[in-house]
Design a protein around this ligand. Structure first.
Ligand code: UGA
Length: 447
């Protein structure tokens, strides 16, 4: 059955969710306060880079199932299912999450609910938030207890957002046990009917568990990455190879090979701020001791960035002053133009601050990088970035860098030195072409 749905927030999460709900056959209204963003979306244009999303958006704008508005009144009149998909960034100067945007949606929407309605929160929030918001919704809504709030965390990865939304590993629904009713679960099952039919597990929990499922998942992923990065440090010290090691331990299904890629570590708008918000919340709950290991996870991760600067410094003869460094990759991961807390851009900035002249190239993230770091030089191609370089750094594993032919750069660079911050190149291939290859925790005799 087709539902009338409103999605609040049209960033990476909200825009993808709105387009995918329309793709599932629902009538959808995307709501945002940013008029410029809405104008683009209405024209079928995605305001950021996400493979496959433009097609889904355009198709559903054209068939009339997907529209956009800045009016909460229109959204409240139109829909009886409301998704919250706004951001919860890190607070300035604190570890905790900033809930301003989530709270603003509830404060504006709830007083307009004159008919029974379901609000499904998707944003990542500290445990306890949903219970508080559920109560607030009932207080503010003219319809009272018939305005129900549940939590339905999102697990999509940038770069695979459409795939992850339409074919998720699992759906989680946290229900308010203080206001029990069968409606919320029924509505969610209807909204996601096609996905459930396809076989995605649908797990119903209480609100706190649903919130914690999300934060625990991201904390686990961050821990897995920092684990392999810590092992990479030991591999460097012992002359062992972390890639071979990861392949070997990854065969154990209890461990698994995914998220064991050592390198310059994790960044982006989620993992770094989510582990910090998780520690802050555990502290508030009196359980801070339980998560002290996440401080170490964070520290290992941040150390990767300074480590990369040090490797570069020693590769160019002990000082970065006056050296020319090419940086390939600025996005926090490939297939994204997102540079929020990007390790690549952070490293490029640190190297420049130590006196090097840095030329950065990224297939999609130049515009966003320029607004964060306007003083770096941005090249239009790999060749331009590498011209006369004393060292070439690969910091985001875009396919075009992985497939790069060393011989095309032989005549372009000043020194044939390549530093593979993502362990994504073949050391043998580059060494055979006469390059000095440096990886992270790589001995790579057998590559
Ligand atoms: C992450 C989670 O993977 C999603 O499940 C979650 O929904 C999302 O956060 C969120 O909370 O919204 P995302 O931030 O898109 O997704 O990126 P990831 O694919 O998790 O990568 C995060 C960072 O870890 C990237 O900088 C990536 O380069 C790095 N990484 C990943 C590694 O350094 N090594 C690995 O083996 C894997």
């Amino acid at each position: 059955m087709s539902r009338r749905i409103a999605v609040f927030g049209t960033g990476y999460l909200g825009a993808t969710h709105a387009a995918c709900m329309a793709e599932l056959g629902h009538e959808v209204l995307g709501v945002d306060v940013d008029a410029a963003k809405l104008e683009k979306l209405e024209a079928g244009e995605v305001p950021f880079y996400e493979p496959g999303l433009a097609e889904v958006l355009k198709r559903n704008v054209e068939n009339g199932r997907l529209r956009f508005t800045s009016s909460y009144e229109e959204a409240a009149d139109f829909a009886n299912v409301h998704f919250i998909g706004v951001g919860t960034p890190q607070k300035k100067g604190e570890f905790a999450a900033d809930l301003t945007y989530v709270e603003a949606v509830v404060e504006k929407l709830a007083p307009l609910l004159t008919e029974p309605a379901v609000i499904l929160g998707k944003s990542t929030v500290p445990v306890g938030t949903a219970q508080r918001l559920a109560k607030r919704v009932r207080e503010l809504a003219p319809v009272g207890d018939a305005a129900e709030l549940a939590w339905n965390p999102e697990f999509l990865r940038e770069g695979y957002a459409v795939q992850d939304t339409l074919h998720p590993d699992r759906l989680v629904l946290g229900i308010d046990s203080s206001n029990p009713s069968a409606t919320v679960e029924e509505v969610a099952r209807e909204v996601y009917a096609k996905i459930i039919e396809e076989g995605s597990p649908f797990l119903v929990t209480d609100l706190a568990t649903a919130e914690l499922v999300k934060t625990a998942a991201n904390a686990f992923l961050a821990t897995k990455i920092s684990f392999i990065n810590a092992i990479a440090e030991v591999c460097d010290a012992a002359g062992a190879d972390v890639v071979t090691l990861a392949n070997a331990i990854g065969h154990d299904v209890r461990i698994g090979r995914q998220f064991l890629n050592a390198g310059i570590g994790f960044g982006g708008g989620c993992l770094p701020k989510d582990i910090r918000a998780f520690m802050a919340r555990a502290g508030e709950l009196g359980a801070d001791e339980a998560l002290t290991f996440l401080r170490e996870v964070d520290a290992i991760n941040m150390r990767r960035r300074t480590h990369m600067v040090e490797i570069t410094k020693s590769a160019v003869g002990g000082t970065l002053l006056g050296s020319r460094i090419a940086v390939l990759g600025a996005a926090f991961k490939p297939n994204s133009d997102d540079v929020r807390d990007s390790p690549a851009l952070n490293i490029a900035g640190q190297i420049q601050l130590q006196g090097a002249s840095v030329s950065v190239y990224d297939p999609k993230a130049i515009e966003n990088s320029r607004s964060v770091f306007p003083t770096l030089y941005y090249a239009r191609s790999t060749e331009e970035a590498c011209r006369n370089a004393d060292a070439v750094l690969v910091l985001t594993e875009w396919a075009e860098f992985k497939e790069m032919d060393p011989s095309t750069l032989n005549e372009v660079v000043g020194q044939k030195t390549i530093i593979d911050g993502r362990n994504c190149l073949s050391p043998r291939r580059w060494r055979n072409a006469g390059w000095h290859y440096h990886g992270i925790g790589r001995n790579a005799l057998f590559d």
